[in-house]
Design a protein around this ligand. Structure first.
Ligand SMILES: Cc1cc2nc3c(=O)[nH]c(=O)nc-3n(C[C@H](O)[C@H](O)[C@H](O)COP(=O)(O)OP(=O)(O)OC[C@H]3O[C@@H](n4cnc5c(N)ncnc54)[C@H](O)[C@@H]3O)c2cc1C
Length: 543
């Protein structure tokens, strides 16, 4: 079968028409980072693989067509400095509209729209809460395999120069004055106490990296790999505990069923806010949720006979990092404001355009952050909680710290599926425990104390008189959702998949995306998502 390189909108129809009679060894649902990695590795192992992605192509090399006004071979998803500007664009069609938090509905999923921060997880990110088979010693080989292809970098520019360094200069001096130390967080991910670093980015060859760049092209060279875009999976078709295929819907509302062979398997990788929905729409999940879909507006086929439902008292938990924004101003050092708002116009700075287009260098080849920092503190509940700061310029002499509460947080929410096939939070996953609130207040208090001792930065006047407790009333999601299909021993409370990531009660249905993550890492989620996906090939073949 001809591989689907360079897919174009509508190509899914061609594939459906020609392939509907054939079967696959594996169907992977969702072309985000976890889906692409698993699909590529299984194809590499010789399986026939169909990867089904709901959205369109993203990068230019993958067939994307939203090119820059000043470069017709780079899309808005390629150019690193666009990462922070995607939200400002009028056309937001590549973001999902049916999830309660922001998610990318395009090839690459979150890794095609995210802010590029690429933090290698540290061992305790796994060792604290992940079950057997997913401790650091079990996954370190998978991490090495990922980094070999997709290492990340804190110096992405071909000329070896960093641009727009005003915020780095001020903030690194501030942190060093307070006895924090500089580290290379890519080579030493375990050092996360009072440290700062040049931001680690998922950039390669001056464009956004991630599995669309570092895995998919390898898959597309293989005859046994197919990709279909703009094809939404509605449900897994099953014969009792055996998944036999997936029902899909195309953009024009028509549909098909793709099937796996007798020994085939289906792997869900539609993201933490959508995979639980596909399970429920396949009559797998809490009874009330399956009934909601059955009585819903989407006409999803749910078997009338409840004996065919795979039900349990699952509470679909969800976790996310939480962000607090702290704006500062410099009092002595002048930091010029760069105008990023015209980046996606023909008015973009001509010198910088020239540098990017001819050398892959300059400010456009960088991500948006200028310095990252990490630390931790022990909470009143005995739990060690980690904090991450990402720091950006904010107008003339302005600095914005995005302070994340990360690994160790204890707040959880609940995700539900609605009648119209959207998902939402019945309980948001933010600051639901007193110990989380106390930890954030204590950490912001300590930051303020450091700032007050400094004579060249001050809190922005709008927040200067707020207490830390008042400051944390306003927060935002980090869009790092995990934990909506809990991994563990089937039969135990809320467990959805076993430690082989197989859905409880099913013979050949797996989940590999952020849904199964037992915990949040110290840094952003994309690297750990990719590592867990890398590990899956071995799981599928060895158990
Ligand atoms: C705006 C934003 C900024 C972020 N910033 C960072 C950052 O700077 N650094 C970092 O490390 N992490 C960041 N993240 C998080 C990171 O990108 C995610 O953790 C990661 O992408 C999750 O991977 P996944 O494979 O679990 O799911 P996703 O990336 O969500 O991929 C799921 C894929 O499945 C597809 N899909 C969904 N439903 C269906 C369906 N029914 N049928 C077929 N396909 C379907 C989607 O279109 C998507 O391609 C960010 C995320 C977002 C949204």
């Amino acid at each position: 079968m001809r591989p689907f390189s360079n897919p174009i909108p509508g190509s899914a129809f061609l594939l459906a028409a020609s392939a509907v009679a054939k079967t696959y060894d594996t169907i992977v649902v969702g072309g985000g980072p976890s889906g692409i990695i698993v699909a590529e590795r299984l194809a590499e192992a010789g399986e026939s693989v169909l990867l089904i992605e709901r959205g369109p192509a993203s990068t230019y090399a993958s067939g994307g067509n939203r090119t820059m006004p000043w470069n017709d071979t780079a899309t808005i998803f390629d150019v690193p400095s666009m990462a922070y500007q995607l939200y400002g664009l009028e056309d937001q069609s590549e973001f999902c509209t049916d999830t309660p938090g922001t998610a990318g509905c395009l090839l690459g999923g979150g890794t095609s729209v995210n802010a590029l921060v690429f933090v290698h997880p540290q061992p305790i990110d796994f060792d604290d809460k992940w079950p057997t088979h997913f401790k650091w010693d079990d996954v370190r080989d998978a991490a090495d395999r990922l980094y070999e292809r997709n290492p990340g970098t804190s110096l992405p520019l071909s000329d070896g120069v960093r641009y727009d360094t005003g915020v780095w200069d001020v903030m690194s001096a501030f942190l060093a004055n307070n006895s924090w130390k500089e580290v290379d967080t890519l080579t030493d991910p375990s050092d996360k106490y009072q440290v700062y670093a040049h931001p680690p980015w998922n950039i390669k060859d001056s464009v956004r990296a991630g599995p669309v760049l570092t895995y998919l092209p390898l898959a597309e060279q293989m005859e046994n790999f197919e990709l279909t875009l703009e094809t939404q999976v509605l449900r897994v078709v099953r014969d009792s505990d055996k998944a036999t295929g997936v029902e899909v819907q195309y953009l024009n509302g028509s549909g098909e069923v793709f099937e796996v062979g007798n020994d085939g398997k289906i792997v869900l990788a539609a993201g933490a806010l959508t995979t639980p929905k596909i399970l429920v729409q396949s009559a797998i999940g809490p009874v009330d949720q399956i009934e909601t879909v059955q009585n819903g507006t989407m006409n999803i086929t749910i078997p009338e006979n409840k004996d065919q439902w795979i039900t349990s008292a699952i509470r679909v938990g969800v976790k996310d990092h939480i962000i607090f924004t702290i704006n500062l101003e410099t009092t002595k050092t002048s930091i010029p404001a760069y105008n990023f708002s015209n980046l996606f116009t023909s008015e973009a700075n001509a010198t910088d355009v020239e540098m990017y287009n001819t050398e892959g260098a300059g400010i456009f080849a960088q991500g948006g952050q200028r310095i990252n920092f990490w630390s931790s503190l022990n909470g009143t509940d005995g739990q060690r909680r980690f904090f991450q700061g990402t720091t950006t310029p904010n107008g003339e002499n302005g600095i914005t710290i995005k302070l994340y509460l990360t690994h160790g947080l204890t707040s959880k929410g609940t995700l539900i599926v609605n009648r119209n096939s959207t998902t939402s939070f019945s309980e948001k996953p933010y600051l639901t425990t007193d110990a989380d609130k106390e930890a954030v207040i204590a950490f912001i208090d300590s930051l303020k104390e450091m700032i007050n001792k400094q004579d060249d930065i001050v809190l922005n006047s709008k927040i200067a008189n707020l207490t830390s407790a008042e400051m944390i009333e306003s927060y935002s999601s980090a869009t790092h959702f995990v934990g909506t299909a809990k991994m563990g021993t089937c039969g135990e409370e809320d467990v959805v998949v076993d430690v082989n990531t197989k859905v409880c009660g099913m013979e050949n249905l797996y989940v590999v995306d952020a849904s199964i993550h037992a915990d949040l890492p110290t840094g952003n989620t994309q690297a750990i998502v990719m590592i867990v996906a890398e590990k899956q090939l071995r799981e599928f073949s060895s158990r």
